[in-house]
Ligand binder design. Structure first.
Ligand SMILES: Cc1cc2nc3c(=O)[nH]c(=O)nc-3n(C[C@H](O)[C@H](O)[C@H](O)COP(=O)(O)O)c2cc1C
Length: 171
């Protein structure tokens, strides 16, 4: 179990791809509008690195207005065939105009159609909490929660994964 949630996410993503989860990068993004009312939409995770978890969409979208009003979001992946979920939340920052333009340029010609330059935005969630959830057949589900600590990420393990770590003397 790595010290860094990005590393665990990338390893779970590789497993989801290997096990042929359909659209493993599709996630539900929760945002909050100016009146404080939550909303949710489906989108594609573009990248994960030390700058955050990247996603993109049109500036004219409701999510863009919501992010302008409240630059915070939560993202949830549900990989049903392997009974795993990943949940991220944090503040949201808009990437540079160059990065947004590069993301738009990387899309297919059909996907770019009708989108003016400057209309496409790349954002990143800077995670303040990342939760990995593994469903177990006996319902003793495993949960691994990463939160920022004074010297890096803290990791809290519960459920079956914690039992296994305790049994093997690693917790
Ligand atoms: C599988 C899937 C992937 C999608 N990917 C994106 C995406 O990456 N960016 C995006 O803006 N909308 C994406 N959409 C469409 C959004 O869910 C949404 O309908 C649209 O962006 C309008 O959102 P709004 O309510 O923010 O205006 C996707 C929808 C599905 C079902």
């Amino acid at each position: 179990m790595p010290d860094d949630p990005d590393e665990l996410f990338l390893s779970w993503l590789s497993e989801a791809i290997a096990l042929e989860v359909v659209e493993p990068l599709a996630a539900t993004l929760a945002t909050v509008d100016a009146a404080g009312v939550p909303d949710a939409s489906t989108l594609i995770l573009k990248d994960v690195d030390e700058r955050g978890w990247a996603f993109a969409g049109p500036r004219s979208s409701r999510k863009a207005a919501q992010l302008a009003a409240h630059p915070v979001a939560a993202m949830n992946f549900w990989w049903q065939p392997i009974v795993r979920a990943v949940r991220v939340r944090g503040r949201v920052v808009e990437a540079s105009a160059d990065e947004s333009a590069a993301d738009l340029a990387a899309r297919s010609a059909a996907a770019r159609e009708g989108i003016a330059s400057g209309e496409w935005v790349l954002w990143r969630i800077i995670p303040s909490r990342v939760e990995f959830w593994q469903g177990e057949t006996d319902r003793r589900h495993s949960r691994i929660v990463y939160e920022p600590g004074p010297t890096g990420w803290t990791r809290t393990v519960s459920g079956r994964a914690a039992d296994e770590l305790t049994e093997s003397g690693r917790l």
